[in-house]
Design a protein around this ligand. Structure first.
Ligand code: 0GY
Length: 293
């Protein structure tokens, strides 16, 4: 099946970043797609991407000066984590995974994923990406994975946060928000939803990824996504111990433009202006969550 006609493939030759990430830096949000010939996309998917292989991902990691990846199961692969598992097993312990699992997954399959390097499940609340499961299904999955020491990664948009917050608080594991729960840049730092988001972040079970300027910025790459950067710096300053960063390569569903991954790395210096903040964001925090247990 060819990729969707409006699909933008990942950047063919990103710039070498001028910012040099600290030793051991982790890209804590990226994906592998296919290759479709070996790992077919899920029949229930909402989009058909281009192939984005583990080899390409690891090559980009080295080129950008990063050392590790957290690979997140994308919706186009549904609950079949074979491509993810294969990438983890060939990563030489340099990758961890976030899976999407079916509610009836058995403990032995969970243990196999754990051995491969999976440390979390993802709950996706974006209607354009998935048919959203009832809450009790998510609750049961969360219970199943809690005793493995895994956590839950949540993909939600800011307007849905208020309604979802009590449910998320009730889950038995840490919760990691993708892309800062997608704040609306036009509403500003003092908007009701971003204030609510920060209030949630006061609770130590919540973490977030200060990622995806390319999806959230209105100003775009010409202005270096500068309108979204204050959201990232605020979270990094206020919740330094519980923030992560990632490229989001290969940038699924980007329709406006394809970001230059090297330039995304250069943004780190702007949102985490000291060496200590950079080390926490890129090394200490993701290592604690994904490698050190
Ligand atoms: C992201 C963002 C998107 C897609 C997915 O699972 C996915 O398909 O996560 C998106 O379209 O916003 O984090 O990759």
């Amino acid at each position: 099946m060819p990729m969707d006609p409006d699909w933008l493939p990942f950047h063919p030759n990103p710039t070498k970043p001028s910012f040099k990430p600290p030793k051991g830096a982790v890209d804590a949000h990226c994906h592998v797609f296919g290759p479709e010939g070996k790992f077919p996309f899920a029949p229930e998917r909402k989009y058909t991407p281009c192939d984005a292989s583990k080899e390409k991902l690891f090559e980009l990691r080295d080129f950008l000066g990063l050392e590790r990846n957290v690979i997140v199961q994308a919706s186009c692969h549904g609950t079949n984590n074979d491509a993810l598992e294969d990438a983890l097993l060939s990563s030489n312990n340099l990758a961890r995974g976030v899976a999407v699992v079916s509610p009836d997954i058995c403990q032995s399959d969970l243990r196999r994923l754990d051995t491969a390097g999976v440390r979390a499940v993802r709950f996706n609340f974006l209607k354009r990406l998935v048919d959203i499961a009832p809450r009790d299904i998510f609750q049961n999955v969360a219970k199943k994975i809690a005793n493995l020491g895994w956590h839950v990664v949540v993909y939600v948009e800011a307007p849905d946060l208020e309604e979802l917050a009590p449910f998320l608080k009730s889950l038995p594991t840490n919760i990691i928000f993708d892309h800062m729960a997608r704040p609306d840049v036009n509403e500003g730092l003092n908007s009701k939803n971003f204030v609510l988001f920060q209030k949630l972040m006061e609770n130590e079970k919540f973490w977030c990824k200060t990622s995806c300027p390319e999806r959230l910025s209105q100003e775009g790459p010409e202005k270096n996504y500068s309108d979204i950067l204050p959201f990232m710096s605020t979270l990094i300053k206020n919740y330094t111990e519980r923030v992560l960063w990632g490229t989001d390569w290969p940038h699924p569903n980007m329709k406006s433009h394809m970001p230059d991954d090297g330039k995304l790395v250069d943004i780190v210096e702007k949102i985490a202006p000291t060496e200590e903040l950079q080390r926490k964001l890129l090394v200490d925090n993701p290592m604690r969550l994904y490698w050190e247990h």
